[in-house]
Design a protein around this ligand. Structure first.
Ligand code: ADP
Length: 815
């Protein structure tokens, strides 16, 4: 049985013992019970007083060395024995004081020391008789001995019995106190980790053990995880795993029953692996399962080293009780953490769904909302708990506050579980239209929660509006030329008109049908783009030429506007579809003129950036308000303004432009200032590599810009030549490549630094400042048995030609 050290009791006992011994000493000192020899007594008085004082005043019993009651009792017996001897031995009136150590031992519930003291006392008394030459059995003093012995043993037994019972009681109370303390703290915590630490610490304390571990079972794999470990290097074990059924713990978890192992080294279930890992020497193990009903959640294992005591059945009982109580708390904590995890997951999902979500309680107070909803209604966390009328401010589609016709009330009133409606709210910047899905959770006839899912449908609504407007626009646009065609053809059919008028009417009909065709083509183009089908017929396109042609087209139609072209002096090529690119500049120039009702300049700038061609179309028109700017490239989008009614348009022009530019790998952007004008910027990539990998000569799209630059820079004499080649006969790909490569090298050899050589599909171009005296020359170079190479060398320009003439010749040649 475990003895509990009780400080209060020990203090009292020390004091009592001190007082008793002192009383005995004083009785002798003051001759009430005279000593045999005064001088010896005086020495004894000093020594024993010091001992009694120290052991009474100084709580010596706290130290483990003195924590042996046997030593204490023996010293006390010896002191009293000397005292009794000094006051007459067998006939001393102090003889009953000898009972004291027995009483104190028994009082401590220390049966062993009590019996020991009783035997010791009897022996001493007998010894006194022998020393004093009195035959105890024959003299009447034997009665004293018997008296003393019997009293001592009865007292020891009696007190010990009472002591045992009271100790048991006290121990129980103590355990219950610890238990209730544990359960209180464990129940008040819902954190699994915390619960486990508490259980383990208490268990180790309660059993006075050296260490312990709590294992939790992984529900999926059945593995046992070291959740918490106390003891030497316990932290080393945390997080480690035992596989299903492994070790003593594995056995306990599998069987669901507890076990005490007091000789683990001999038990086959015991694995010494963790002893080796932690350096701990396991001497005894007690392990109980943590069970809720029939489900084993894990196990708690308490260990003592081989220096500590072995575990008893009592320990097992205690641990089982603890395990029972705590597994309930643990289960609660586990469930709680599971629910918490689920809740966290749900919260994350709800927070991040694209739709807005607002949850209101049955009294229409805000209880939860996600990020999207907080943006829509401008909600902050401080507003949780407020009434919806204060924070949501919902309006119907006509813009009136909805509270008098609140859908939530309607839901309750009509007992609906789901409702759908649309509403408007102001999100701080603009009014948005929301599609709402309202559902409720019912408890009897009461709604406990309203769940409002919201989707911003402003754009869809706007697109809807735009589409119907577009249909109206298109119909109008189609109707105008059709009315003219119909009217004039009627006139032609019904009236006899002079040939002049007839011709005129035919012209009108033709023009209108052309406009009709254009419109239909536009629509077809959009539908093609919408379905993602744009096919580009790529070719070398001189961008300046296209723009110049469109500029002339529009300039002839307007006198209010001046189209100013700011181009590089040299041709600017991109690889692209010339018809589509024409359409891009047609639409941009058309808009620039259309949306500059007061006229002004329209600038078109082209800049050659080597890798990209940069084109700007700038006007001095009405401009585009900033809130519309991000949408102007959207299909059917037309800026709401007074101009909108007076200008024809379908809202398709810019979306076509954007699709074409992007199909060319380019980018388009717009900047604008209301009342000052708009600038569209296009960046088109050349999409060529600088050097032809086969011949090491410049590829043409790079050759030309550099050529023009050089020509305009040098202004001195130069010559421009062309070497075209043609293979005759059956020449393999390899021979072809080798031949072109050799030809390029031979040409390069003849050039000076800063001369240029460019390579096209079937030709080289040369630009040289050293005039070569080569006349036009055609040569046949045989290539093996079956074919030959025909090379045609010709100077396209002579030294005396002007730059403009050279550019013209080259452009013509290039066509
Ligand atoms: P639309 O057929 O209406 O011209 P677009 O797609 O070409 O369609 O243009 C979309 C809208 O962008 C136009 O309705 C107009 O309001 C605006 N916009 C386009 N270009 C200009 C410009 N140069 N200046 C001002 N507004 C422009």
């Amino acid at each position: 049985m475990k003895t509990y050290y009780n400080e209060k009791k020990e203090k009292f006992l020390s004091l009592f013992r001190g007082l008793l011994l002192f009383t005995a000493l004083l009785l002798v000192k003051f001759d009430i019970i005279p000593p045999i020899s005064q001088s010896i007594f005086n020495i004894f008085l000093i020594i024993s007083s010091v001992y009694i004082l120290i052991t009474t005043v100084f709580p010596i019993y706290k130290y483990s060395l003195f924590y042996k009651y046997e030593i204490f009792s023996a010293i006390d017996v010896i002191i009293v024995a000397i005292l009794v001897y000094l006051t007459g031995g067998i006939s001393s009136d102090l003889y009953l004081f000898l009972i004291f150590p027995i009483v104190s031992s028994a009082f401590r519930y220390d049966f062993r020391s009590a019996i020991l003291s009783a035997i010791l006392v009897t022996l001493i008394f007998t010894l006194f008789g022998i020393v004093q030459g009195i035959n105890i059995i024959l003299s009447s003093t034997y009665i004293r001995v018997i008296e003393l012995g019997i009293i001592a043993i009865i007292l020891a037994l009696f007190l010990n019995y009472i002591g045992r019972e009271s100790l048991r009681l006290e121990q129980k109370i103590n355990e219950m106190k610890i238990f209730s303390e544990i359960i209180k703290t464990v129940n008040s915590s819902l954190e699994t980790k915390e619960v486990l630490s508490l259980i383990l610490e208490s268990a180790v304390k309660l059993l006075g053990a050296d260490g312990g571990t709590i294992f939790l079972k992984d529900k999926e794999t059945g593995d046992l995880i070291f959740e918490k470990a106390i003891g030497e290097k316990g932290e080393l074990l945390e997080g480690k795993k035992l596989s299903k059924g492994e070790g003593v713990v594995g056995w306990v978890v599998e069987n669901g029953s507890p076990v005490i192992i007091n000789n683990p080294q001999k038990d086959p279930r015991f694995s010494s692996y963790y002893d080796k890992l932690s350096g701990f020497k396991t001497g005894s193990i007690i392990c109980v399962p943590l069970k809720v009903e029939d489900e084993v959640l894990g196990a708690i294992e308490i260990i003592n080293s081989n220096r500590n005591r072995k575990f008893t059945d009592y320990d097992l009982d205690m641990l089982m009780n603890l395990a029972y109580e705590t597994s309930i708390a643990l289960n609660k904590a586990l469930l709680y953490s599971q629910v918490n995890l689920e809740r966290e997951k749900m919260k994350k999902i709800l927070e991040n769904v694209g739709d807005g979500l607002v949850i209101l309680d049955g009294r229409k107070r805000l209880s939860m909302f996600n990020n999207v909803a907080s943006e829509i209604f401008q909600l902050s966390f401080g507003q949780a708990g407020k009434r919806c009328t204060e924070v949501l401010k919902c309006r119907n589609l006509s813009g009136e506050i909805m509270c008098s016709e609140c859908p939530l009330d309607k839901m309750v009133f009509q007992g609906l579980s789901l409702m759908q409606y649309e509403m408007k709210v102001w999100n701080g910047e603009k009014e948005i239209i929301l599609g709402c899905n309202l559902s409720g959770t019912w408890e009897g006839r009461k709604v406990t929660n309203f769940i409002l899912a919201l989707r911003d449908i402003s754009l869809a609504k706007e697109l809807d509006r735009m589409k119907s407007e577009f249909v109206a626009n298109v119909s109008h646009e189609l109707k105008t030329p059709l009315t003219a065609i119909k009217g004039y053809s009627e006139l032609l059919m019904k009236m006899n008109l002079p040939p002049e008028r007839v011709r005129n009417y035919y012209q009108i009909i033709y023009k209108e049908s052309e406009r009709l065709t254009q419109l239909v083509n536009d629509l077809l183009e959009v539908s093609r783009i919408e379905s993602g089908r744009i096919e580009l017929k790529k070719d070398m396109v001189e961008i300046r030429k296209i723009i110049k042609e469109r500029a002339t087209f529009f300039q002839t139609r307007t006198s209010k506007h001046t189209i100013v072209l700011q181009f590089p002096e040299y041709p600017t090529f991109v690889l692209g579809d010339s018809a589509r690119l024409t359409q891009v500049f047609h639409n941009l120039l058309d808009n620039a003129i259309k949306y500059s009702p007061n006229g002004g300049n329209v600038w078109v700038r082209v800049a050659d950036k080597m890798e990209d061609i940069l084109i700007e179309v700038q006007d001095q028109g009405v401009g585009i308000p900033p809130e519309h700017l991000p949408h102007i490239f959207d299909r059917f989008y037309r800026v709401d303004s007074s101009l909108r009614k007076s200008t024809s348009g379908t809202g398709l022009g810019l979306s076509i432009v954007k699709s074409i530019v992007e199909a060319h790998g380019g980018k388009i952007s717009a900047t604008s200032k209301v009342g000052e004008g708009t600038t569209f910027t296009i960046r088109l990539p050349r999409r060529f590599s600088l050097v032809d990998p086969l011949t090491g000569t410049l590829s043409l799209p790079y050759f030309f810009p550099i050529l023009w630059r050089e020509m305009y820079k040098t202004q001195g004499p130069f010559a421009f030549g062309k070497i075209s080649y043609e293979f005759e006969g059956l020449i393999s790909d390899n021979v072809r490549k080798n031949t072109v490569y050799n030809l390029a090298n031979r040409l390069k050899e003849r050039l000076k630094p800063n001369d240029l050589i460019g390579h096209g599909f079937d030709r080289f171009y040369l630009f040289t400042r050293t005039v070569m005296d080569i006349e036009e020359k055609i040569s046949h170079i045989p290539l093996g048995d079956i074919g030959a190479l025909k090379v045609h060398f010709k100077f396209l320009s002579s030294v005396n030609s002007s730059i403009e003439e050279v550019v013209k010749v080259i452009n013509e040649d290039f066509q």
